[in-house]
Design a protein around this ligand. Structure first.
Ligand code: GLY
Length: 420
């Protein structure tokens, strides 16, 4: 596999995209999301469902349900249940990538706009449809959030079956991660620590970085083959080991009457510490819906999104007059601000927001263009026609460079320019 340095100047951090001005990802025909549908355009439709792109295949059924009078939260839950049930989606529900001990732990939350209620579960083991469990918390308890063993026991009491959520494929990726990270794990200071160093900028490494990474990737691929990971899935597994993903699905649904709801579900950050909850079960971070304004949800770096209360920030921004796109860009800029625009850290962070206003205006915005060239972030939409649109990105380039580069040259550190 080639590990030569990509055209860094072209594809990475040359400058911010000012709020409201998206760039087209290279090799993509799709238009940046929201350019024609943002509030300024006046082109809004109801009913409408928006979600992360891994919900695309489930939109037809959910949209038909919504159009025939189905409840907005039930419509959104129909979308996210698809990936939860799919053993091949390793970011959600059954088959989700496990924690560092090899145990799948799921998080989810939901908000029902018409009745202004919320439910949430965190760190749930052995139950795949945690989005539905979050709804059960909302409907059948006087609480909003249940976590861990208590949440699992509640789910069983409500009739949800216990099952092993670790598929063979996810188990093998976890084993690959264990072997690669035998001297490295999630303990210790994180990205936000002032003394944090990118792994490849540690001292005492005389070899050229390209060589180091080539070796690492070749070793990992060989181990993946030994573990029985199919050849066509080996590089994807290597990537997940090097850059543990936070794949998630959010969905918001709005009916003709203007009722709106949202939900988010995830297996969280791969190989996390047991008990870690990300943003997805946090009302106001991974999802927030206000019947008076709209709904928003997130996929991406959960820790960063919690710190800016992303979904709530976006809904409040819309309440105060921002368009969906402006509201999302403002939340992304708060993440950039939390790192003082330091691109050596921000390149390891990514965030996508899915935003739906009560009048049907929507936007998909992301911190970076995508994970790699040709794989832009997308938002999926159904408003009578089902489609996926490229999100509008705040920063040019891709998160989690593969392989990561030792250091971003001083003259490319333009972080402060992003800040207003
Ligand atoms: N955004 C999902 C997570 O960080 O857990």
């Amino acid at each position: 596999m080639p590990v030569s340095r990509r055209d860094f100047v072209k594809t990475s951090v040359l400058g911010a995209v000012a709020a409201g001005v998206g760039t087209r990802a290279q090799g993509e025909d799709a238009k940046p999301a929201a350019q024609e549908h943002d509030s300024q355009s006046g082109s809004h439709k109801r009913p409408i469902i928006v979600c992360a792109n891994n919900g695309f295949n489930y939109l037809d059924d959910a949209f038909a349900f919504l159009r025939s009078g189905g409840d907005t939260l039930d419509a959104a839950l129909r979308v996210v249940k698809g990936p939860e049930d799919d053993p091949n989606d390793d970011s959600v529900g059954l088959g989700g990538l496990p924690n560092e001990e090899g145990v799948v732990e799921l998080d989810a939350c939901c908000m029902h706009g018409p009745t202004r209620r919320a439910g949430s579960v965190g760190g749930v083991r052995n139950i795949k449809n945690v989005s539905l469990v979050s709804k059960a918390v909302m409907e059948h308890t006087g609480h909003v959030m249940l976590v861990g063993e208590g949440a699992e026991r509640f789910a069983v009491a409500m009739g949800f079956p216990r099952e092993n959520l670790l598929t063979e494929h996810s188990r093998k990726i976890w084993l690959l991660w264990k072997e690669f990270h035998s001297t490295d794990d999630w303990w210790g200071p994180g990205l936000a620590d002032p003394h944090w160093q990118a792994p490849d900028s540690k001292p005492n490494n005389d070899k050229p970085q390209a060589e180091v990474w080539q070796e690492r990737i070749q070793n990992l691929q060989a181990r993946a083959a030994d573990l029985g990971i199919e050849p066509e899935l080996q590089l994807a597994a290597v990537r997940k080991v090097l850059f543990p993903p936070t794949g998630t699905i959010h969905c918001s649904a709005l009916n003709e009457k203007g009722e709106i709801s949202g939900c988010t579900t995830t297996s969280g950050l791969a190989f996390k510490l047991p008990g870690r909850c990300g943003d997805s079960p946090i009302i106001g971070a991974g999802c927030y819906t206000d019947q008076d304004v709209g709904s928003a949800g997130a996929t991406g770096s959960g820790e960063e999104n919690i710190k800016v209360a992303g979904a709530h920030t976006i809904v409040e921004n819309m309440r105060h007059g921002m368009s969906p796109q402006e509201a999302g860009m403002d939340a992304l800029k708060r993440i950039v601000r939390n790192y003082n625009g330091d691109m050596n850290k921000l390149r390891f962070i990514d965030m996508t927001y899915y935003i739906l206003r009560k009048d049907g205006a929507y936007s998909g915005v992301s911190l970076w263009e995508g994970y790699s060239e040709g794989h832009p972030h997308k938002i999926a939409i159904h408003d009578g026609s089902r489609r996926a649109e490229v999100t509008v990105n705040l920063l040019k380039g891709y998160s989690q460079e593969f392989p990561p580069f030792p250091n971003i040259p001083e003259d490319l550190k333009k972080g402060s320019e992003y800040l207003k």
